[in-house]
Design a protein around this ligand. Structure first.
Ligand code: 5GP
Ligand code: ZN
Length: 141
């Protein structure tokens, strides 16, 4: 659940100003700074200042300000880098590639022919299997 800050969390420490970051934008609730190991130059992280691990821990009221910040920073970084595209990526839990357990969104500038491949896509065995998966999700909503 959302906690104000955690002492040993790298992004909490950045939000507190205990360790430096290359900041590009800040509000009362959110911070945007350059990823230290960018997929491409301008790769930016948008981070709630309060500690929360994953999407499910985020107060829904933060959704509006978050989208505003991502649109604003995303447009600026596309202009600044000359990118023709932008990926918005957010990983939840280690199985999905989350390395830093403090909620964050990646804004990744993309260029025609930059060679960054998307995930491989699979298929369902048949319509019955696809329908069963959808039904299992619907039952839990
Ligand atoms: P995740 O895999 O958790 O979605 O992404 C974590 C991201 O945080 C990685 O892309 C990594 O390069 C970035 N990162 C990790 N530590 C630091 C840091 O100390 N400063 C900055 N600016 N980025 C960091
Ligand atoms: Zn944290």
């Amino acid at each position: 659940m959302a906690e104000p800050q955690q002492a040993d969390c790298i992004f909490c420490r950045i939000a507190r100003g205990d360790i430096p970051s290359t900041s590009v934008y800040e509000t009362d609730e959110l911070l945007a700074f350059l990823d230290i190991n960018p997929v491409s130059k301008g790769h930016t992280l948008v981070v709630p200042k309060a500690h929360m691990e994953a999407l499910f821990d985020m107060p829904s009221a933060l959704g509006g300000p978050l989208i505003e910040a991502m649109k604003r920073v995303g447009a600026a970084l596309m202009q600044a880098t000359g990118a023709q595209g932008l990926n918005v990526v957010q990983n939840n839990y280690p199985a999905a590639g989350q390395q830093v357990p403090h909620l964050h969104w990646h804004l990744i500038p993309r260029f025609e022919g930059d060679g960054h491949e998307a995930w491989p896509q699979g298929s369902y065995r048949d319509a019955e299997e696809m329908n069963a998966v959808a039904a299992a999700i619907r039952e839990r909503l």
